[in-house]
Design a protein. Sequence first.
Length: 297
Amino acid sequence: MLISPASPPAGQKDVSAAQQALKRLGFKVRLGRAVLQRCGYLAGTDRERTRDMENAFLDPDIKGVFCTRGGYGTSRLLEHFDIRLVRRQPKVLLGFSDITLLHLALQSIGIVSFWGPMPAASTGLNAFSASWLSRAVMQCAPLGRVPLDRRSQAGVLRKGKAIGRLTGGTITLLAASLGTPYEVQTRGRIVFLEEIGEEPYRIDRMLTQLLAAGKLTDAAGIVLGVFQDCAPQLFTGKNGLSLDAMLKDRLCPLEIPVFSGLAIGHMAAQVTLPYGVKARMDAEKCTLEILEPGVNN
């Protein structure tokens, strides 16, 4: 089922294109009632969006719940949605960006969900992202080595190897989870991070907040994806730090392995990653390997 737990898609054309893209992958597609509803920047009222979530997880015929897009609003949905429903009727949940919070909520009760492309978002589905989506949610086998982004150069921030269960997402949302019932848990985990539209000093502020809350310091390792449109604008030249310099300044003192360049982020050619499964990283070789399947049947 396609649902909109945050902001609505741009219009019916995007939803129709999403339906066709998913059908080409072999899915039978049903739409939530609030997919195209509008309540300001939200896809309908909190109750309408929550009802779509409830219906999706209560219906035994629904095998997967795919989010049309992110934007804003998932945290408001979580005020009303009983995540225990998911434990009774576990199924694939797919999305990224604002959906990070929903992933963290499900991870808090031990449910595997999937960071991956949203078919009605501006990034859509291309051949690369569709292939990884199919592998992640339609095959009962570990994904193996995760590819690097072809547009950017992988980089080693701190050498080392680590094994741990996977967590992470958009840094803005990870910081927003602090103090909530679905606060990100990083102890012993491999944490993937990405961001869009935030200057280095703002990302610095969010990383500092996470560090002050005791997060990341206890992680097994950190893998950085694509930071889209995150170049300095306000503080530039001698008055600022580049994105790379800021990330090294904040993350290298943690004394855990860190590398950059993973194919995740706000872009079309991104992989699908299962939250909560065991993964292995080698920062010197810039490799992340998924060791367990995300689905069992």
